[in-house]
Design a protein around this ligand. Sequence first.
Ligand code: UDP
Length: 144
Amino acid sequence: MTTTPPEAPTQRSFVLIKPDAVRRGLVGAVLARFEGKGLRIVTMELRQVTGEESDQHYAEHVDRPFYPPLRAFITSGPSVALVLEGDEAIEVVRALNGATDGRKAAPGTIRGDFSLSNRENLVHGSDSPESAAREIAFWFPGLG
Ligand code: UDP
């Protein structure tokens, strides 16, 4: 059997499975979507996100009106932080996650199937190669 070269350069994306997913026992269901698609887990850890980590991770949102309740939510219990790898991983993860607002996210997406909220929407995925590089370096500084 011969193998073909990948169609696009392999990418890495930072994913945070948020406290609502951990609380609701949906970590396995969320991971199954990513693994089923063919993305590989590079590293993964249960993390209690601190307020300071939230401020850095969501630096672009800290001045938005929705940030204080988002900060309270994201620090409200353990999350699962991980790095996924695969062809076009950044776009693929965001497609699997679905639209930000779970009420509007398409059925078949993680948010569309499991969330009814614009805040408690189960997952974060990096939105660009620049964000992915920044987020991976921030959450997993030891990763080469
Ligand atoms: N969020 C919120 N209220 C809003 C918009 C966003 O609480 O009106 C939260 C939500 O958890 C979202 C996160 O802030 O996932 C980051 O927002 P962004 O617009 O970057 O959405 P994402 O990239 O996560 O889809």
